[in-house]
Design a protein around this ligand. Structure first.
Ligand SMILES: [Zn+2]
Ligand SMILES: [Zn+2]
Length: 255
């Protein structure tokens, strides 16, 4: 059985726990090692159970805990070449280098119970990917920090029963919010973040292709609200009542 639990989500840090027939993984570790360990304990698991950490890209809100986790625990880390180049150009990632494995777009990795397929995503980082995870007959698609839904992202997510997809901002809130113009333009660009509207436009295709659980992820604290993102998504999925929608919390567990 494939289970997915978003532990942390948003610009303050992202990390999602996956379990595939008991084999456990994390996608991103953008909070401290301590916070990741506490969240896993609250979930009833432990960092010692994690068999691999899959990184989407090298922004701090996705890799913050990586170096300390690598120092304390010997967990294989999978990352695309361009994000890894960032690591190699940056001092202070000495422990991570030991555990680093390259996994690039169009490649896949098979573990005991799961298969991870990697797809390139448009984002303003050195490298950026999304994942499609197959566990027996079940599939999960995971895509955040995406400027728009490319054909590659659609290939990764369509046909998955469970999908985690970015619903970053409400465009009007962003335009009228506190962010300076250059940052607004960065977020709105094709290499920025996915708006509620662009996310909602894609949701019926996901539902039509079999999505039964959709998690809205990486919500902006300043330029979005969980209720707005949820209502937008519900409206878009009006014809698909069998598809459940969840909004990822900034922090899933209190500890
Ligand atoms: Zn990012
Ligand atoms: Zn991010």
């Amino acid at each position: 059985m494939l289970t997915c639990t978003p532990l942390f989500s948003g610009s303050t840090g992202n990390s999602t726990h996956l379990s595939c027939d008991g084999e456990e993984f994390l996608i991103d570790v953008g909070v401290s090692c301590k916070a990741v360990c506490s969240a896993l304990n609250a979930l009833g698991s432990s960092i010692e159970n994690i068999r691999g950490i899959f990184i989407t890209h090298e922004h701090t809100d996705h890799i913050k805990g990586l170096e300390i986790i690598s120092k304390k625990y010997n967990i294989p880390v999978y990352m695309n070449t361009s994000s890894a180049k960032y690591i190699y150009c940056t001092n202070g990632f000495d422990n991570l280098r030991r555990n680093l494995n390259i996994l690039d777009p169009t490649q896949s990795l098979t573990t005991d119970n799961a298969r991870f397929d990697v797809y390139k995503t448009p984002h303003d980082s050195w490298g950026s990917v999304c994942y499609r995870v197959t566990c027996g007959e079940e599939r999960l698609g995971y895509a955040t920090d995406i400027g728009y839904v490319t054909k590659g992202i659609a290939s990764a997510l369509l046909g998955c029963e469970t999908v985690v997809i970015e619903s970053n901002h409400d465009i009007e809130m962003l335009k009228n919010g506190p962010y300076p113009i250059y940052l607004q333009e960065r977020i709105l660009s094709k290499n920025g973040h996915l708006s509620n509207d662009d996310c909602a436009r894609f949701l019926p295709y996901l539902a039509q292709s079999g999505a039964r659980k959709i998690y809205l992820a990486h919500l902006s604290k300043e330029n979005n609200h969980p209720n707005i993102a949820l209502e937008n998504a519900k409206r878009a999925l009006g014809d698909y009542p069998e598809t459940e929608i969840f909004v990822c919390k900034e922090k899933e567990f209190d500890f």
